[in-house]
Design a protein around this ligand. Structure first.
Ligand code: GUN
Ligand code: FE
Length: 425
């Protein structure tokens, strides 16, 4: 029997639909060759011989996908939250990212990042590197070793940069080709490349057009930033007066083409841009911690969900200061309440099951059948120990997962983690 065939016993929670949680206490999640066969109250006869990993009394939920974060920014997480986006980039971010030209520094920083991501409740992640090819390949090597499934991008940026973090258009193209060739040769099992134009202000039209062609030719996924901050949006209007919306600066160059693409933030999208997201099936990476930390605003996630737009959650390290995805669910729920009170009473707050859904199925679906325990889904599993979140009250499983979301940093432990049936720890 394959070591990716087993059952997990515990109090099992997963999404039935965006509004509803499934809960089976003292149930069995059956995994065969890394794929969920479903959750059962009793171990079915046909699986009577499989190894049962007994986590009785613990919470068992699908792994979470961090749909947007910057690995090189992990080093300065939680420092420098006193500015808005453009000043923050120039003052803290670009100088820090320029250090990744030095592989020795990159090795130190990426070792810490990969170790912490491995220990976190994240099972899949979509990651920005820097513009440097050697450091980005080092990052991919390290993430490959964690066993987590990730997509990683060498960043493209050929205008409006500072002198230490700079590439010409030609250098950006050549470096991207070299990186993709190297990655093909390395033959990673867990780690995929994703095209990563930083955002429109950082990329010339010539580079954007080249990246769009490459996306089409090589059938690669793509990630970038969209309508995060009002000053940024006004700048894009100046840089691209021909574009009806910021979103058109990606769509025009075939970067939003109906094939997999992620746009982080989407706080300030006008209706025409929402239409682009919708018609192209683009994923919105909602990063509420970052949007608060950098005073960007509160994205209208209820509206996006009502429109049928794909939405997942991201930490946006280090725009967001925390790597733990439970804090992102918490902030998404809380900010949706504030938005409802202060901005738009017609957009009701997100519920706990909706936050749970966005962190699991919402972002997971970018990787395929990921984020659920329904039969046929890849078995990404978290076993949570909440015994150190102390209370004399004897809560049921639904309340326990609710308070875990809000109190994960206060004694919550991930006791075991599996990705596609492979035990990480
Ligand atoms: N827009 C362009 N680059 C970045 C970045 O590094 N972080 C955030 N939050 N937004 C960006
Ligand atoms: Fe970002």
């Amino acid at each position: 029997m394959s070591d990716k065939t087993f059952a997990i016993k515990g109090n099992i929670i997963w999404s039935k639909d965006p509004q509803t949680l499934n809960i089976v206490d003292d149930g069995y999640l059956v995994v065969q060759d890394g794929i969920s066969q479903g959750v059962f109250e009793e171990l079915p006869e046909q699986f009577a011989d499989v190894e049962v990993k007994d986590y009785s009394g613990k919470l068992v939920m699908p792994g979470m996908t961090d749909l947007h974060l910057h690995a090189p920014q992990y080093a300065f997480r939680g420092v420098g939250g006193d500015m808005e986006l453009l000043d923050w980039l120039n003052t803290y971010t670009f100088p820090e990212e320029s250090k990744y030209a030095d592989l020795e520094y990159a090795d130190k920083a990426y070792t810490i990042f990969a170790d912490d991501l491995k220990d976190s409740p994240t099972t899949r992640a979509v990651v920005f590197g820097t513009l440097h090819v050697p450091a980005t390949e080092l990052l991919m090597d390290k993430l490959e070793e964690t066993g987590l499934k990730t997509m990683v991008g060498k960043v493209n940026m050929d205008r409006n940069n500072n002198p230490e973090l700079d590439e010409s258009t030609e250098e950006s193209m050549a470096a991207t080709k070299q990186w993709l060739a190297d990655v093909k040769e390395k033959g990673y099992k867990n780690t995929q490349p994703i095209l990563t134009p930083r955002f429109t202000p950082s990329c010339t039209d010539e580079l954007m057009a080249w990246i769009g062609d490459l996306k089409e030719q090589e059938d690669l996924p793509l990630q970038s930033h969209l309508s995060e901050n009002r000053t940024e949006g006004a700048w894009v209007k100046e840089l691209a007066p021909w574009a009806p919306t910021y979103g058109d600066t990606y769509k025009h160059f075939k970067q939003l083409d109906g094939k997999p693409a992620i746009m982080a933030h989407c706080v300030w999208c006008p209706p025409e841009e929402v239409e682009i997201l919708k018609e192209t099936g683009t994923y919105v990476a909602h990063c509420p911690n970052s949007n608060a930390y950098l005073s960007s605003g509160i994205a209208p996630i209820r509206h996006y969900l009502d429109e049928g737009i794909n939405v997942g959650l991201g930490t946006d390290i280090a725009g967001g200061p925390e790597l733990n995805m439970f804090t992102v669910i918490e902030e998404a729920l809380n900010d949706s309440k504030l938005r409802w009170v202060y901005v738009d009473e017609s957009l009701k707050p997100l519920s706990l099951p909706e936050g749970f859904y966005l962190a699991t199925v919402g972002g997971g679906s970018y990787f395929g059948k990921v984020g659920s325990f329904d039969p046929g889904y890849e078995a990404d599993v978290l076993v949570l120990d909440d015994s150190d979140i102390k209370t004399p009250i004897d809560y049921g499983t639904e309340q326990r997962i609710e308070r875990y979301v809000y109190n994960a940093q206060d004694g919550g432990k991930v006791e075991a983690k599996f990705v596609a049936g492979e035990q990480i720890f």
